[in-house]
Design a protein around this ligand. Sequence first.
Ligand SMILES: Cc1cc2nc3c(=O)[nH]c(=O)nc-3n(C[C@H](O)[C@H](O)[C@H](O)COP(=O)(O)OP(=O)(O)OC[C@H]3O[C@@H](n4cnc5c(N)ncnc54)[C@H](O)[C@@H]3O)c2cc1C
Length: 626
Amino acid sequence: MSKSYGVIVVGGGHAGAEAAAASARMGVSTLLITTSIHHIALMPCNPAIGGPGKGHVVREIDALGGLMGRIADLSAIHIKKVNTGKGPAVQTLRVQTDRECYSHLVREELEAMDHLDIYQGEVGEILFHSGQIDGVRTISGSTFHSHRIVIAAGTFLNGVIKVGELSYPAGRQGEFPSVQLAGTLREMGLSLLRLNTCTPPRLDRATIDTSAMDLQQSDTEPLCFSFVHSGRVCSGSVIYITRTTPQTCDIIRKNLHRSPLLQCLSDSSPVRECPSLEDKVHRFPQRENHLVFLEPEGSHSREVYAQGIFTSLPEEVQWKIVRSIPGLERAHIVRPAYGIEYDIISPTILTHTLECRTIPGLYFAGQINGTSGYEEAAGQGIIAGINAALALRGEPPFLLKREESYIAVMIDDLVTRGVSEPYRLRTGKVEHRLVVRHGNADVRLTAKGYAVGTVDSKQYQDTVIKRETIQQEIDRLSHTLVSPSPQLNLLLQKAGGEPIRNPEFLARLLSRPRVTYRDLANFDLNRPYLTPNIIEEVETEITYAGYIERQRRAIQSMSRLENKRFPPDFDFSSVKGLSSEAKDRLSEVHPRTLGQASRVRGVTPADMAVLSVLIETHNRQKKADP
Ligand SMILES: Cc1cc2nc3c(=O)[nH]c(=O)nc-3n(C[C@H](O)[C@H](O)[C@H](O)COP(=O)(O)OP(=O)(O)OC[C@H]3O[C@@H](n4cnc5c(N)ncnc54)[C@H](O)[C@@H]3O)c2cc1C
């Protein structure tokens, strides 16, 4: 068996699904090879999508024509706006999905796509001749040819499951690891690093006593991730909240020596992202009370995900931990927790297109690059898929800037700073949060997706209309005067502000704290009908205009550094005046611009001064002698 494709994607997780869908949508013949077609877009951990930072990524994937936002909406059983007590920059959505339904809908959509074939098999070998990628061979001997390959193998490379003293090879619970592929990557000269993570136990809902637990209902306002959907209300599914007890912490303390994950970590820095419960108990001994969220796995399942009890402790200890928690005294564990250790590539070998610098045509996306999370994986997948397809067509790469996207921040962090623990995207990692809100992801990115062919013309036209409508409404409010009246002044005083004595522009009233667009309806009789998404954007743009303007100015001044580019073959190791550490790190990462160089670990202000002078001199010489 031997067939040729424009792009081959290895691995049908969240990264692989988005990569394959993007490439196929761009009209490139694409093959998705994955070890089990029943596990396409499987959620091996939390049955949820979104949350701070991650929800922004979902909106960006949707704005670029990807799958995740739409499928999350269709499989949602509980949806909430999060961070509502904070500013609009960090507000986003979090959806509890029906795990099986999500996976099923992604598979259905991929199967229905033009230009996309799916093949069940395990890739063991990457074909590589005369310095060029030539395809893949499965362990059962089938060969598929392509000069562009995206590897999205998740936690499968040399995966080993660890539960207490027990340890065995696995890619995930119940699945084989990818051993041959890891060997092939090593033979190609790539060095692999080792990371680990763990997942909590799943409990039988019928054995949980929720009577004394706090609960989180789905929001009553219609909501959705996708810009092409209308919001809907989910009802029926509830998240219950309980807490660990001093007894839980005692059980864990007595068994700390039996935690394989803690043993791996003991010499290294603490895990900040998704730490295990034993790690939390070990590092914060004074805290006896850790929150546990009981999240439903789906409408047709009794399984409940015990968010917060991430552990790699032995199963017998897991039972004791679970039963020491209020409401779980009689709980039955359906699937025990486990830890997994796996190989990743070092993302500093990648360019911003996610292509390997030393092996053109080979792209990497998802957890294999050191990230953790479905959204992070999917965000990389769509970028790798687009770039593999563009490279095949001989077109310029698709690059997003840090100031225009969360996905860009993640990729820049990965390729510039590398990873020492699973990388998670959080709002705190993004410098210009007010400019890259979840509500304006379409305005920021949809035209770019349309230009490369991942977004259809309907979605693009809708975004153009949305952008114009927002601007028209801001202009209208900025030019519409409203006269003082007792009702209006009562409203302003209730909001904690001063009454007005002279006519005032509606936009100025809206920019006051605690005055909303809806509040002003009775004093603004000519307002057009607008959707809740547009109203949210108008309110934010007006209320935070000063802050947004300040961020835009900061972006402009930063872009001076981002526009100073090093020549492509610049030899950092020979630069006089740089520290040895800076020489090593810069040679490893090979930054494109002075801005990126400033974010490389170990590069000091003194190193930056040297590089800055050097780049100026280079540019002057280039101008004089083009
Ligand atoms: C135990 C565990 C704990 C986790 N804990 C968390 C957590 O706490 N927080 C969090 O956000 N995320 C967590 N996750 C991670 C989350 O599941 C992943 O980040 C996300 O699924 C990664 O997506 P991906 O597409 O990169 O890889 P995956 O979803 O792992 O998909 C990889 C795909 O590649 C296929 N594959 C592998 N090798 C080959 C091959 N050689 N040939 C063909 N196909 C291949 C596999 O079958 C699989 O379909 C956890 C995952 C696991 C397994």
